[in-house]
Design a protein around this ligand. Structure first.
Ligand SMILES: [Zn+2]
Length: 471
């Protein structure tokens, strides 16, 4: 039997609406060729729909709540209340702490790099157990990324990444799994616009790279047994207004710590933002170190303050734990609804409003049915995604999903974000999913299903995963 290889292009921030437009206008001929011979579809990512946590589903088969990595920044109330000097009290993977991502992941959850055989990585921050010589982007990455960040010189990163792939191949290396991240679409979308000419140029770099890699694999006679996958970790929407959620809490008498202002004395809250449309609020002004349910939140915050928060223009909705187990309240200016997980069933009930805009009560058995019922809604996979996120206490007491057009960090975000993601909205949750195969299952897919599908390509059955093979 011929050796089965997998090439996975993660075009970070590739957009489920922009990418098909570019394909139709003919500017991405190599990706178009894959679609002509294979499949283009949409998949849903996870909540928060943000770089880092949203790599977990396809690389580990698990969601941020299960992995205890609930944002690109997170806070742990228990650790903070034990001692705020704890190295596990909070994280920001945007910077020097990025390396902790590997050790923050549970050791019993292997990645594709552990399972697939000879595996190469390019630029993805999940590098646990990857030897340096298999980490193609590592050398010189710091400087290139710094220049990209402060001078908005993004494309040299992707171009050098592609060169490293070709160097690896031309030196005669074989591989089982090649996972390559192209970060510039995300960066250009954040700092310019989702359809800015620089963003489109970034898509073209990934397309050119695919063309060259494919040509090489064809020449070697490897292409026909190669599974090629291209997807993204989240969508993105243009941002016109910033609300600084940390400052908002401080202004409402709940003095807040947040990155990078983490050393304030006697804070009453902690606010951790990802993407920047996802916010996690931890109330600290109470006895004990537990996460709060609705009644505790009302005691610590007051109903007027909670109402003021959900009525902010930037807030699409807030989600928090109800007093009953495995039940969550979704709350916005229209009112409240509940999301309940009970014996395998996912139940949605509008109470005084319908913040998830599902227009009806829902009661379905199993998380796949929950995905199917909500996949084409405003908030794809919302019922299961809310449930999985709150499995981790690091999700916080209150989670905020920002309204499209707004985000949740202002002064401390440099350079200023002109685009955002992280929320449960479909324009952040839907991602393009492209592969060079036909006739896989057509039911709604999650990016977590890629974990199982890629392993199955090599006849490997994972010992645990929250995904399912797509074929
Ligand atoms: Zn991303």
């Amino acid at each position: 039997m011929n050796k089965k290889r997998t090439v996975f292009y993660l075009v970070d921030g590739a957009h489920a609406e922009i990418l098909p437009q570019l394909i139709n206008t003919g500017v991405l001929p190599n990706i178009k060729r894959i679609i002509d011979e294979g499949t283009y579809r949409k998949a849903s990512t996870c909540f928060p729909s943000t770089t880092g946590p949203a790599y977990l589903p396809f690389l580990t088969g698990h969601f941020p709540g299960t992995m205890g990595i609930t944002g690109i920044r997170w806070f742990d109330k228990k650790e903070f209340k034990r001692t705020r000097w704890s190295t596990k009290a909070m994280r920001s993977y945007c910077g020097p702490e990025a390396g902790f991502f590997n050790t923050d992941m549970p050791v019993d959850k292997p990645t594709l790099f552990d399972l697939m055989g000879k595996s190469y990585n390019l630029y993805n921050m999940i590098t646990r157990n990857i030897p340096d010589e298999y980490d193609l982007g590592k050398k010189g990455k710091g400087l290139l990324y710094t220049r990209a960040h402060f001078f908005k010189r993004h494309h040299p990163v992707d171009l050098q990444g592609h060169e490293r792939i070709m160097q690896m191949l031309h030196t005669g290396n074989d591989f089982d799994f090649l996972f390559a991240v192209f970060p510039s679409v995300d960066w250009d979308s954040h700092y310019h616009h989702i359809s800015d000419e620089r963003t489109i140029a970034a898509y073209k770099i990934a397309d050119n790279s695919l063309g060259e890699v494919r040509a090489y694999l064809e020449k070697k006679g490897w292409w026909t047994d190669t599974l090629f996958v291209l997807t993204s970790d989240h969508g993105l929407t243009p941002t016109h207004t910033h609300l600084d959620l940390g400052d908002w809490m401080t202004a409402h008498d709940l003095k807040s710590v947040y990155y990078p202002v983490i050393w304030k004395t006697n804070p009453k809250s902690a606010v951790f933002i990802s993407g920047n449309s996802f916010g996690s609020i931890h109330l600290l002004n109470h006895q004990g170190d537990h996460v709060l349910t609705e009644s505790g939140i009302l005691t610590c915050m007051g109903s007027d303050c909670l109402n003021a928060l959900v009525n902010e223009a930037a807030v699409d909705f807030a989600v928090y734990r109800a007093d009953q187990k495995n039940t969550f309240i979704v709350h916005n200016s229209s009112g409240q609804a509940s999301v309940e997980y009970n014996n395998g069933s996912f139940i949605y009930k509008p109470i005084t409003g319908d913040p998830l805009q599902l227009k009806t009560d829902i009661n379905v058995q199993g998380h796949r049915a929950a995905l199917e019922t909500t996949f084409e809604s405003e908030y794809p996979d919302s019922l299961f995604q809310i449930y999985q996120l709150f499995q981790s206490d690091k999700a916080g007491d209150i989670v905020i999903s920002a309204k499209v057009g707004y985000d949740l960090r202002d002064f401390w975000e440099y350079p200023e974000h002109k685009g955002s993601h992280g929320s449960l909205h479909k324009s952040h949750m839907h991602v393009p999913l492209i592969y060079n195969q036909k006739n896989w299952h057509s039911h709604p897919a999650r990016t977590a299903d890629l974990f199982n599908s890629i392993l199955k390509w090599k006849d490997i059955i994972p010992s645990c995963s929250e995904g399912e093979s797509l074929f």
